[in-house]
Write a protein that binds this ligand. Structure first.
Ligand SMILES: Cc1ncc(COP(=O)(O)O)c(C=O)c1O
Length: 422
């Protein structure tokens, strides 16, 4: 598309946007004076779908009205509540409905699946992750290794970008596994890297892992609802995610996981993974529900799952291919404007469309502390992005609720903030 750096052009793009009505289905944040803000932070916490309020209130009302009987007689009975989320999550992850389940939270799910899928033995003891992985993922992996009596300094391998690069090529993952794969038990990789915004070809990574005899697990925190996925077809072994970023389910919302249907692993058991038909017989034997539902451990947090129903309905209406198409245009427009209005920032995120989602990460150069000051000025101008030490601002236009005018305002404000903070 040929862009133009004027706000009129942004308005023209908005007028032609078929997904524009979805913006009205979200609560758009305002500053202390009630002025609307430009929210470019859906990669951290998605905005509230307006329908979420009614769904949560329905659960509170059913709790008030029915108390324990709500388990079976609530408008959406609580016992099979996860089933309300199943098809929407399967659609977003490219999974069979039986391969996904909403449950627990991201790092806890990661621990559960590492416990089930990481089986170091003999020479094959390593877990391969990316250098600079999200701290919680690294903590989970290192502690899983240590928990098995191994030394994370030996068994945790962090693949670094090539000298001078910010991002890691799939080729270098393949090369590592080609050379050392016999020593690797499991590869854990993000769908989109949280700091750089780089999106990975998960099919290629799964294939390289499997070729080397390793398990392939994925953290989709920054890619679910952002990029299309095909977890079933690429034969990923497992995946985990949270729902508070691109899935707009609210702070601390219920997480989710995928387990490929070919796996019949020993479950870390809890009563909610027991087959529903006989769960309440409370017998001593564990008979898991078929598929990912068998991995549930506790009964689900209804109040943190209800908003996800509202959000998944919007994804279903907007459809992922249309959202992706708009996302490519929105983020491309942001890239175009940054190149023209703020050429001094360094784009860390790849420019290739297939190697990124919504998010662009930009590095602010200059004297120490300047990046942080630029970011604070940007916030004071009413643009909400976020800051990652030591020098990076992350901005993500979200196709469900951001407009091209938001993107223009964000880029223009960043240019002003850079001028104000020489
Ligand atoms: C990549 C990644 N891993 C782990 C986490 C931690 O998530 P939680 O607190 O839900 O376990 C986050 C949170 O933002 C994340 O982005």
């Amino acid at each position: 598309m040929n862009y133009d750096p004027t706000v009129e052009f942004a308005r023209h793009l908005d007028a032609a946007d078929p997904l524009r009505p979805f913006r009205d289905r979200f609560a758009l944040p305002r500053d202390a004076d009630g002025k609307p803000q430009v929210y470019l932070c859906g990669h951290s916490l998605g905005l509230m779908p307006l329908a979420a309020r009614a769904l949560v209130l329905e659960e509170l009302d059913d709790w008030a009205r029915l108390a324990v009987l709500g388990h079976e007689h609530a408008k959406r009975p609580w016992i099979p509540y996860h089933e309300n989320l199943r098809d929407g999550l399967a659609n977003l992850t490219g999974a069979r409905p039986t391969e996904v389940v909403a449950m627990s939270s991201l790092t806890v799910n990661l621990h559960l699946l590492l416990a089930a899928f990481y089986h170091p033995s003999g020479e094959r003891r390593r877990i391969l992750i990316e250098a600079g992985a999200f701290s919680s993922d690294r903590h989970a992996v290192a502690s899983q290794i240590a928990w098995r009596g191994l030394d994370p300094r030996e068994a945790l391998v962090e693949l670094t970008p090539a000298a001078g690069a910010d991002t890691i090529s799939e080729r270098s993952i393949e090369a590592y596994l080609g050379e050392h794969g016999g020593k690797v038990a499991l590869v854990l990789w993000p769908g989109v890297q949280y700091r750089t915004g780089q999106a990975f070809d998960l099919g290629r990574i799964a294939q390289a892992a499997h070729r080397a005899g390793c398990m392939a697990g994925f953290d989709l925190a920054h890619s679910i609802g952002n990029m299309p996925h095909a977890l079933h077809d690429i034969e990923a072994d497992f995946a985990v995610w949270c729902s508070y970023k691109y899935l707009n389910a609210g702070p601390g919302a219920i997480g989710g996981c995928f387990v490929h249907q070919r796996h019949d692993r020993p479950h870390l058991a809890g009563w909610w993974g027991h087959e529903a038909a006989t769960r309440f017989r409370m017998g001593p034997e564990f008979h898991p529900e078929a598929g990912a539902a068998g991995w549930q451990i506790s009964n689900p947090p209804i109040l943190s799952a209800a908003p996800l129903i509202a959000s998944l309905a919007l994804f279903e209406q907007a459809t992922l291919p249309r959202l992706r198409q708009k996302s490519v245009a929105l983020t491309g427009y942001l890239e175009y404007l940054l190149d023209r209005l703020a050429p001094e920032v360094v784009l860390i995120t790849p420019r290739a469309l297939e190697a990124r989602g919504c998010q662009l990460s930009v590095r602010v150069t200059g004297p120490q502390g300047r990046g942080r000051r630029v970011f604070e000025t940007l916030t004071s101008l009413g643009v909400i992005g976020d800051w990652r030490e030591p020098d990076t601002i992350r901005l993500a236009p979200i196709p469900l609720y951001n407009s091209f005018t938001d993107v223009w305002r964000g880029a223009e404000a960043l240019a002003r903030a850079l001028r104000n903070q020489p």
